[in-house]
Write a protein of this length. Structure first.
Length: 411
């Protein structure tokens, strides 16, 4: 990025903040700080902004660098650092990073608003889940907002350099956040190509994050932890009957949270003792054995626990207004609640509903169940997704390792 004098840089930043709708009070705060910074630079005989200039400025006037290193900054002190970080980011990327969108409309340009609405309809027509659509629309909107900050007015102006520069603004976020953003951008670029907004396959040229989720070790439960968790459920109460059945669905059948929430009475083939439904993620039909423990837990809930509501789903909320769980509800609060009751320590590793699914996979692996069979039970399209569970079994990892001599390359 071409370096411009500090005064010009601040003026450009001021105009960008106005475009984004920052309040008068916020603008006045930043302008006062910018005046102080300009005076500080003038006294030092410096014309251009540098990271060192910003650091020296906050140290002289606010003495907060040590607190920043120790993580003990107050909110007001954090705001002082935000002033110089915003200038540095704007100098580098010509956009404002790490903004708080809250409930504000991300996009202000009518052209991009229309593109966003069309993209949302495109995703709906593709039958993506509501959560996926929300991710795609929100993250592509932020990309379009970046385009506006770069003075791009039409999608046909998008090129791979702009895309790569936007990806650079994601530095500092977690791998998962970066991966989600790039996935959303690629979906958005495919939409633009299919609808004729762009003529080049930019999605195919957009790099993906190389590290995959297979690099992470899944969080699993020990047998003792599972016994404690289930024992902590009050199976005499209506809510306890529901939670017991839900947790068994996850840890005995390996169902995804969304599939549990979507279960209806017609999915239970009682005579054949099978559970048959179409998975929400893969859209594949799956048939699982309905074990007696799970079957009786569901029957007990239906007869003696479920509120009398006209909702088609088996499992419903037990607080008014009664009805289905929301799309965003991952039911992790159930796990946390019973972990507290059972005095199971809360570890750094995530212990939500999905960890129960990980657990059944690792248990099957311990019993030497073929990976293809585990894939069928979990409803994976291919065994690559299932192979992540090898990481929870050190002995299996050793079996998969390559002998050094065999793996050596010989000229």
């Amino acid at each position: 990025m071409q370096n411009v004098p500090l005064a010009q840089l601040i003026n450009d930043l001021d105009q960008e903040m106005i475009r984004l709708g920052y309040t008068i009070g916020t603008m006045n705060f930043y302008r006062r700080r910018w005046e102080n910074l300009l005076q500080f630079a003038k006294e030092r005989g410096e014309t251009f902004y540098s990271e060192q200039l910003g650091i020296d400025y906050v140290e002289k006037y606010f003495h907060i660098l040590e607190k920043d290193l120790n993580g003990t900054l107050s909110q007001s002190e954090t705001q002082e650092l935000r002033v110089i970080r915003m200038i540095g980011n704007f100098q580098l990327h010509r956009t404002i990073l790490r903004r708080y969108y809250k409930h504000k409309e991300i996009l202000t340009d009518q052209y991009f608003i229309q593109i966003r609405n069309r993209f949302k309809q495109y995703c709906s027509n593709k039958d993506y889940s509501k959560v996926t659509i929300d991710h795609y629309v929100k993250q592509s909107s932020r990309f379009m907002d970046y385009l506006s900050s770069q003075k791009v007015t039409e999608c046909k102006e998008i090129n791979i350099t702009l895309i790569n520069n936007y990806i650079k603004t994601l530095a500092g976020y977690t791998y998962k956040t970066v991966e989600q953003n790039i996935c959303s951008i690629r979906a958005f670029l495919r939409f633009l190509l299919e609808t004729g907004e762009i003529q080049t396959d930019l999605a195919g040229k957009t790099p993906m994050v190389q590290a995959r989720k297979q690099t992470r070790i899944p969080s699993v439960w020990t047998e003792d932890e599972l016994k404690k968790l289930i024992a902590a459920i009050d199976r005499g109460s209506p809510k306890g009957k529901r939670d017991y059945a839900i947790i068994l669905m996850a840890c005995c059948l390996g169902l995804r949270c969304k599939d549990i929430k979507n279960l209806k009475i017609e999915h239970f083939h009682w005579e054949e003792k099978r559970l048959v439904f179409t998975q929400s993620k893969t859209r594949q039909l799956i048939s699982l054995p309905l074990t007696p423990e799970v079957g009786w837990a569901v029957i007990d809930y239906l007869k003696y626990g479920r509120p009398k509501v006209g909702c088609p789903y088996i499992f419903v909320k037990h607080m008014a207004p009664f009805g289905p769980f929301s799309e965003e509800d991952h039911l992790n609060q159930l796990i946390k609640r019973y972990m507290e009751f059972a005095h199971i320590p809360t570890l750094k590793k995530r212990r939500g509903m999905h960890s129960l699914r990980h657990t059944i996979a690792s248990k099957l692996l311990e019993k030497d169940t073929p990976l293809s069979t585990i894939s069928d039970i979990l409803g994976h399209v291919d065994t690559n997704s299932t192979s992540v569970y090898l990481k929870v079994d050190i002995n299996k990892l050793r079996e998969c390792s390559i002998d050094f001599e065999e793996g050596s390359y010989h000229e």
